[in-house]
Design a protein around this ligand. Sequence first.
Ligand code: PLP
Length: 374
Amino acid sequence: MKNKIKLTDVLKSQLENRKTNGGYRKLKLSQEGLIDFSSNDYLGLTKVEEIHSNSTCFVDNGASGSRLLSGNKKYHEETEKFLANYFLSDSALLFNSGYMANLGVLSSVPQKADTVLMDELSHVCIKEGVRLSRANYFNFKHNDLHDLEKKLKNIESGNKFIVVESVYSMDGDEAPLREIVALANEFDAEIIVDEAHSTGLYGETGFGLCCDLGLQDKIFARIYTFGKAVGAHGAAVVGSKVLKDYLINYSRQFIYTTALPFHSVQVIHNALSYRKRNPHLLEKLNANVSLYKELLTDHINILESNHPVQGIILENADQAIEFSGYMNENGFDIRPILSPTVPKGKERVRICLHAFNSEEEITTLCHHINQYFQ
Ligand SMILES: Cc1ncc(COP(=O)(O)O)c(C=O)c1O
């Protein structure tokens, strides 16, 4: 029998590879006292007492089973009606996270003879979901309509899908949704949009970019996640009644898991209602984004974005780590984003602005950034 390398040694050697490449990951608690410029809690909803305080029910807390068995409760069905209404659609289906929602749609909806074209900067759960389907798939260059068109032209048969994020999680830029809808019309393709970083942030009520542009009826499936600007957890797939019925029957990520418990669903409901009643939060957030952009000096290698996600590109992983360390020492919670989360050579810090950041905090933040890059 051939000598076998011990599993632990294989894993250790993979970890060493990460250390050599500068991409080793460690769990790190948010340091007490640092100012939050890192979380996706863009509107500060994780800390609003009225959203979270009435979210426990001592009669029926855990859902106790899959939605298809004992886990389907009135609060799921009522919240799904509320979500369909909120996101201007016929139906909504809750998933336990955005990761699972993307996996659920993309692994089950495209069929074997179909082709999926996805933006190369799509989140890993989109890529993973498409890989799990039996469809053909290709990346197109980030936000590049010519490349997308060229690839659409090459598809000879089967249904075609275009998959994008409305706002890209690491770059903060938007997909050109109107143009994508026009191409989809021309080539008879279906569109799936992950609205993770636009949920809560676009439109008077926070119903996301597709609705804000009035494109909701042109999109086959929209995925809204509640762990970011909504300050909660979980996700919903929004689309037609047929899509919902199909996912209930074919999405393994929906079927074979315990349903979201009462408190999670209640917090989603409370948070979106709160968001709707408080449009000023978005105004404050947008003002903070503008202030940040105004105060940074010109020569810094920023990613162009009007979203609270603001990236600064560094030369490599070590520099991204060094810069975020410098910002931590100066009192700011800022994290480096390394390959493979972002492409090699595009290592960065991802600065997230919030509605709750004060003018003084942003001014001091920009002062230190400017000083570092002087
Ligand atoms: C674009 C995008 N889609 C999906 C997800 C996953 O959502 P969740 O955190 O709810 O699993 C994320 C989270 O990082 C994301 O950035």
